[in-house]
Design a protein around this ligand. Structure first.
Ligand SMILES: Cc1ncc(COP(=O)(O)O)c(C=O)c1O
Length: 415
């Protein structure tokens, strides 16, 4: 597709973010602590022992540990079936595969997410339709879904951005009325709740990532949960080339015979990864509690801050705080987000930006003709957001250090 001049302009803006220091620019604030990353895995002796146990066993690839992880995960998320795959991206691909979408079918995806959410729609040959997000929470809602829905809408992917659950009752009613499937991309929200119900049990299919910066990790890994037994069977088949049985089932039956029933992939999770994931899952309640404590400390500081505000959190949710995102109030600063990002990084505060709205990536602009102005809330948020360090092993002193550095920069650059 021919790239429009607006597309070229916004694509090049993505590649060359400018810095807007005021002319009286001073040297960066430095400190002598080691840098704090925005997110970090925690691995302890239990995790190591769990991995070693698998290394000494008969199964390294998909075997009993994957089964144990699936059972424990289904229990933790209050759903009947959990199917483990090799990544969160594979989980999205596998979930959408089961919907048997056709080339004209459309899947609604929020603009404020990681590219994998929309990419998975293209993997199954359907069309991602980018919906804007709520200004205050950066979550997809029914109002935005309505704006982009057509008679060809077959599914909606709700992304629990930063770990805050979407309004699942609303989205579910919308999907039921429209005959669409509700998929939850819960790669950020494992351990979260919505109206007291655990994430994993609220959509037709829910996908999780076990990547190291996520709430728990298996190194790399992903899980799909569903209460639909037929989908669960299909997911297991899809992760193993489309073959109906796995090697352990054939071993138990004493047969070599297998049949490939559809085209699948090698999206298997190994037992080594599963053992780590299982060991980490046991720590989930503790880590969510700690994430919430750290977020409350940030909240206490930012609640009345004149230059930065945290994203709004709705009262009916239990936030999983994969990320703690603050938003610059632009006209209160002499510098822009890029400059504040650089200053914080120079001071050893490992901030990050989540995310460049997906429709702004050159690939999507060229392939689908998306352009700046399509999702104004996501686009203006992108200019203003920063994810601050947040991970369970952070100390209260680490939070104080982040907050003190922010305050120093505010004193220097605030208006
Ligand atoms: C919202 C969202 N969806 C999907 C993914 C893909 O997960 P993975 O990296 O495990 O493939 C991620 C990972 O960053 C994500 O943040």
């Amino acid at each position: 597709m021919e790239q429009t001049s607006a597309a070229k302009e916004s694509a090049s803006a993505l590649r060359t973010p400018h810095s807007a220091f005021p002319s009286n620019h001073q040297p960066p604030i430095t400190n002598h602590h080691s840098p704090l990353p925005y997110g970090r895995h925690s691995v302890d002796a239990d995790d190591l022992a769990a991995i070693v146990e698998v290394l000494q066993s008969d199964w390294l690839t998909t075997g009993p540990k994957v089964g144990e992880l699936e059972t424990a995960f289904a229990q933790a998320t209050g759903v009947e079936h959990a199917v483990a795959v090799s990544s969160g991206t594979a989980a999205l691909h596998a979930a959408l595969h089961g919907l048997d979408l056709r080339p004209d079918d459309e899947v609604i995806v929020p603009a404020m997410t990681f590219a994998a959410t929309a990419n998975a729609v293209l993997y199954v040959g359907a069309r991602p339709m980018f919906a804007d997000v709520d200004h205050d929470t950066l979550l997809l809602n029914v109002e935005q879904v309505d704006r982009v829905a057509t008679a060809r809408t077959r599914a909606v992917i709700a992304v629990d951005y930063a770990g805050q659950p979407c309004d699942y009752d609303d989205l579910r009613s919308w999907c039921e009325r429209s005959g669409a499937t509700l998929v939850s991309d819960a790669c950020h929200s494992l351990g979260g709740e919505y109206r007291g119900r655990p994430i994993g049990s609220l959509a037709d299919l829910t996908t999780f990532s076990l990547h190291p910066v996520k709430v728990i990790t298996s190194g790399e890994g992903g899980i799909v949960t569903t209460s639909n037994a037929a989908w669960a069977t299909r997911l297991r088949q899809f992760r193993n080339h489309g073959i109906a049985t796995d090697p352990r089932q054939r071993e138990a039956l004493g047969t070599w015979h297998y049949e490939q029933l559809e085209l699948g992939y090698n999206y298997r999770l190994s037992d080594l990864h599963a053992a780590l994931g299982l060991s980490q899952l046991r720590k989930l309640p503790r880590w969510i509690t700690r994430r919430r404590q750290l977020a409350a400390q940030y909240d206490a500081f930012f609640a009345a801050h004149p230059g930065l505000r945290p994203l709004a959190v709705r009262p009916e949710v239990g936030h999983a705080y994969h990320l703690y995102v603050v938003r610059m109030i632009r006209d209160r600063w002499q510098i822009d987000r890029r400059a504040l990002f650089n200053e914080l990084r120079s001071a050893g505060i490992g901030v990050q930006v989540h995310y460049i709205p997906v429709h702004m990536h050159p690939y999507y602009q060229q392939r689908l003709g998306t352009h700046a102005g399509l999702c104004p809330n996501a686009e203006s948020a992108y200019e203003e957001i920063l994810s601050l360090p947040l991970f369970p092993a952070m100390s209260d002193e680490d939070v104080s250090r982040v907050v003190a550095t922010v305050e120093q920069l505010w004193q220097r650059y605030g208006k």
